[in-house]
Write a protein that binds this ligand. Structure first.
Ligand code: AMP
Ligand code: MN
Ligand code: MN
Ligand code: MN
Length: 286
């Protein structure tokens, strides 16, 4: 099964519409797809309709920003009821401070001589409620300050750099509960990316399970071969199902395309087996 259960549209910090993503996923052989915009589910009905128009099965998705041990951790939610009121409230609260944060980021950049970054970043924003660091990165590449987005993050947008603003996101428990109580499965996103000590990482997995989390991304665009093996072993140790997703954002920026990932290592339980009853299949038309 070619499942890709992690990517972003213009509803958060991707550059393609849900329809264009669905077409690209299908062209790359995806059979089961989820759009997982940051802290947002405003693109879900478009994504589902576009998936079905392409003949793909669909799972609802989102990627919730969480603060854990002073580090930002991402929790993907899959297969939830997109009309759930508590989930809507939780996501709205999580993304609520992004505009003020963006103003503060622009203030920090102005101090090192980069002017107009707030307005500049806004030009790339598809959803005014969701200004992200990625939109600032695109502005700084376009204006020639850096040559690519990873250079922008390294020089300006990570902890200790001029455009970085420490942010308190959702708690781990709240994020997992919103997803779980809406009938979905919570998934630890790209665990190989976090700057956590081994002890903190153990605590993340333990607390995540304690709150009702049931899966971890093993195969993702941001994992190395060594990460695949490490998190496959941790999935087994902790009794978690495994997910697979490219984390695709843009044809110009993402090195892993939709659907173009290795399969999950074989002894693992794919997260879509837990979610068989939540998969939305295209309706065959006679
Ligand atoms: P935010 O939620 O505004 O803090 O932005 C987080 C987003 O920035 C992530 O979802 C990625 O899309 C992007 N990002 C984070 N770190 C990097 C990096 N080193 N290079 C490129 N993009 C990054
Ligand atoms: Mn992103
Ligand atoms: Mn992420
Ligand atoms: Mn992502």
């Amino acid at each position: 099964m070619n499942a890709d259960l992690h990517c972003h549209s213009v509803v958060s910090d991707g550059t393609l519409t849900p329809e264009a993503l669905a077409a690209r996923a299908r062209a790359n052989g995806v059979e089961l797809w989820a759009l997982t915009d940051h802290d947002e589910i405003g693109g879900q009905s478009r994504a589902r309709d576009a998936a079905h128009a392409q003949g793909m099965a669909y799972l609802t998705g989102t990627e919730v920003s969480v603060s854990f041990c002073d580090v930002t951790v991402h929790i993907v939610g899959l297969g939830f009821d997109a009309d759930d009121a508590e989930l809507h409230r939780g996501l709205a609260a999580t993304r609520g401070g992004r505009r003020e944060r963006a103003q503060a980021m622009a203030d920090g950049l102005a101090k090192v001589g980069i002017r107009g970054a707030f307005e500049g970043a806004l030009r790339y924003v598809g959803n005014p409620d969701l200004i992200s660091r990625t939109h600032f990165a695109r502005f700084l590449v376009e204006t020639g300050v850096c040559s690519d987005t990873s250079e922008v993050f390294r020089k300006f947008l990570t902890d200790g750099k001029p455009g970085f603003v420490p942010t308190v996101w959702a708690s781990l428990g709240d994020a997992v509960r919103w997803i779980h109580d809406a009938g979905g499965v919570a998934v630890i996103a790209h665990p190989g990316r976090y700057r956590l000590t081994a002890t903190q990482e153990y605590a993340l997995f333990t607390e995540f399970i304690g709150h009702g989390g049931r899966a971890v991304e093993v195969v993702t665009g941001s994992h190395s071969q060594a990460d695949y093996a490490k998190y496959a072993a941790m999935a087994q140790e902790f009794g978690l199902a495994a997910s697979r997703g490219s984390d695709f954002h843009s044809p110009d920026e993402s090195h892993t395309d939709l659907g173009r990932l290795p399969p999950l290592p074989s002894p693992l339980t794919p997260v879509w087996e837990l979610l068989a009853h939540r998969v939305q299949h295209p309706v065959a038309v006679a």
